[in-house]
Design a protein around this ligand. Sequence first.
Ligand code: MRU
Length: 351
Amino acid sequence: MDTMRWSGGCLEILDQTLLPERVEYIKCRDYQTVCQAIRRLSVRGAPAIGAAAAYGLALGAFSLDTRDRRDFISALEKIAADLAATRPTAVNLQWALDRLLAAVKNSAAGDVAELKQKLLDEAHAIYREDLESNRRMGRFGQELVPDGAVILTHCNAGALATAGLGTALGVIRAARDAGKRVSVMADETRPLLQGARLTAWEMLQENIPVTLVADNMAGYAMALGKVDLVIVGADRIAANGDVANKIGTYSVAVLAREHGIPFYVAAPMSTVDFRVATGKDIPIEMRDEREITHFAGKRVAPPGVGVWNPAFDVTPARLVDAIITDRGVARPPYTESLAALAGRTGGSGGR
Ligand code: MRU
């Protein structure tokens, strides 16, 4: 099932808020609809929102009627800023927009129509390359998975969060394809249940055995020896290896360390933000309090209660045993290993 597809000049986005009950696509004919889809998590997961934003920028470009290259680029930058503002934590979103803007600025084409086509081509390339990147992560990562392993994962870092296969779930799929007997323990992932609704659904579709647990059961499961390793995705990784991912990931990492269980992160290099030295500098998205005070549309907390609802947390690098990327597996110290995988001589400067 496609997370998104380009069809007849419009972007169709699988509405993940309806899964697993209904499979419906939202037709985005303008970039504002793409912004809305990203904000309300119809499309979610770092690589997927990067690709959706790229298509959104292409859609925005097609709506511009200027023929002047300079006017075109300045209007494009405004649209990119709107798309970038939808969700601040996943760096793939900004990365994809920067890549499209650079493609236009570096293009020798003077004709605006050609530049519009260039944007769409680049968006297609980002989507295509993501699938290949997932395959590579799978190949590298599956080596870390022993036969018979029970793997705990948090949130959804699967096909639905990418162009296909997934990052953390991509590694699990690759281990299965390599002939290993693997099974998954999926944290339900409060408050929006990406684990229960999406990861459980994806694994069942693939016939990979999956057991669903509420988030607060992970510690007891580990204490009873029911978990062999943890693999999660990431929304942004700082140059020192600190990892921002779905809220609750940090607690899982602390539990894993306490129980001597390996804690791995799988993410493409486009998720590593070398401009950010440590996790302290990663912006964390705060979301609507209704996500906490309500459950399935019904109020479950008294009106007037104070709510704190960060969508992500930061797991310090010291709790991460390895980062599985599309260029290889990075081990601590990450400042050096990530820079080496990215082909950088030092850990500073632009991305
Ligand atoms: O709020 P979401 O559902 O977009 O959060 C998604 C996650 O935290 C994923 O683990 C992360 O984006 C990696 S997806 C390959």
